[in-house]
Design a protein around this ligand. Structure first.
Ligand SMILES: Cc1cc2nc3c(=O)[nH]c(=O)nc-3n(C[C@H](O)[C@H](O)[C@H](O)COP(=O)(O)OP(=O)(O)OC[C@H]3O[C@@H](n4cnc5c(N)ncnc54)[C@H](O)[C@@H]3O)c2cc1C
Length: 308
């Protein structure tokens, strides 16, 4: 019950100011967002890849209000691609982008987001890697899927994300599995109304399994985005039954969450990709991590109360 309350509260400017100004916030944020600049995350990228993990990098930010901010977001990703090239890590690290950060919610936003994301996808392809379009709230998804389709005409490896809690997702999964897409399946992290999404966790978990089966049996490349141990073993079983070898799908988890499990799956021979976010505009990302696990909020609250 606490999760939706935190997600609703996260839209309030007052709460944003309170959370951002709390003296201990930074040390709690660091668990999930290990740096504010590309220089700060380079050692983390190197450490994780040295341990046999792959990465998908997210420059945090979403609620932008001007085309200049959207262009700055594009440039931040281009800077990142440049660093990955220098490090020769193009084949080990890809990018995750939120189209809202590329201007999708502004006037003419669909075209603006496409124009901003295309150079990032081109630069990524030039160093042997790719981009995955994150899924945001349900009102943005038709635009996201249209951009995904358009990018795939030139860059078929471009990925996208689907969310098990949405009723529409089984149909989206069938379409994407039939056209050979790279698809990350997640449970879904936004506050969505009952008209479009399951409200209870067991319903979402069951939908996750149904959708995963569609992806595993299809022609695309499934990316299993979850920390849920039950779903991870179901994914292994569904992959086996569909005749997929471990390299023919991958697991993805968030930086800072169940890190031992990242290493365990990699040691078992699976492809394991760690979603690693960095940047200064961390608020939205951080609040979704608090909402997913109320214990995180209690830890945060305790840190605030005991700071002295
Ligand atoms: C790689 C990746 C990319 C994602 N991209 C998107 C996206 O584009 N759009 C979107 O809507 N959502 C995205 N998500 C978030 C996703 O929708 C879920 O909110 C999140 O993954 C929690 O669900 P779960 O499957 O891990 O299962 P849960 O049942 O929520 O968690 C299973 C277990 O994992 C651990 N855990 C999970 N979350 C946390 C946390 N925050 N802190 C500490 N422990 C935790 C706990 O041990 C928990 O019991 C992404 C998730 C991953 C892993």
């Amino acid at each position: 019950m606490l999760g939706p309350v935190i997600l609703a509260a996260s839209r309030s400017d007052r709460i944003r100011r309170l959370v951002s100004a709390a003296p201990v916030t930074k040390q709690v944020v660091d668990r999930f967002i290990p740096g504010e600049s590309v220089d700060q995350v380079v050692p983390i990228i190197q450490d994780l890849t040295d341990r046999g993990l792959e990465l998908t990098m997210d420059v945090v930010g979403e609620d932008i209000t001007t085309p200049e901010q959207a262009a700055a977001a594009r440039d931040a990703y281009l800077e990142l691609v440049g660093r990955l090239k220098e490090l020769d890590l193009g084949t080990r690290a890809e990018m995750s982008v939120k189209l809202s950060m590329f201007g999708q919610a502004l006037d003419g936003g669909h075209e603006l987001a496409l124009a901003n994301v295309r150079p990032v996808v081109e630069a990524a392809a030039a160093i042997g890697t790719t981009v995955t379009l994150d899924a945001e709230d349900h009102t943005t998804l038709d635009s996201m899927f249209a951009i995904h389709e358009e990018l795939r005409e030139d860059f078929p490896e471009t990925g996208c994300v689907i969310q098990a809690y949405l009723y529409r997702t089984e149909a989206d999964a069938r379409r994407l599995a039939a056209n050979g897409s790279r698809v990350r399946l997640v449970k879904g992290a936004y506050k969505e109304p009952a008209e479009v999404a399951y409200q209870r966790k067991p319903e979402t978990d069951k939908a996750y399994v149904r959708v995963l089966r569609i992806l595993m049996e299809g022609d695309g490349y499934p990316m299993v985005g979850s920390h849920d141990p039950r779903l991870i073993s179901i994914a292994q079983e569904l992959g086996r039954r569909a005749g997929r070898k471990p390299a023919e799908y991958e697991f993805q988890m968030l930086y800072g969450i169940r890190s031992d499990e990242h290493l365990r799956l990699a040691a078992e021979g699976h492809r394991m990709r760690v979603y690693t976010a960095y940047g200064t505009d961390w608020y939205g990302y951080f609040m979704r991590r608090l909402a997913e696990k109320p214990a995180n909020l209690l830890f945060f609250a305790r840190s605030v109360l005991t700071k002295d």
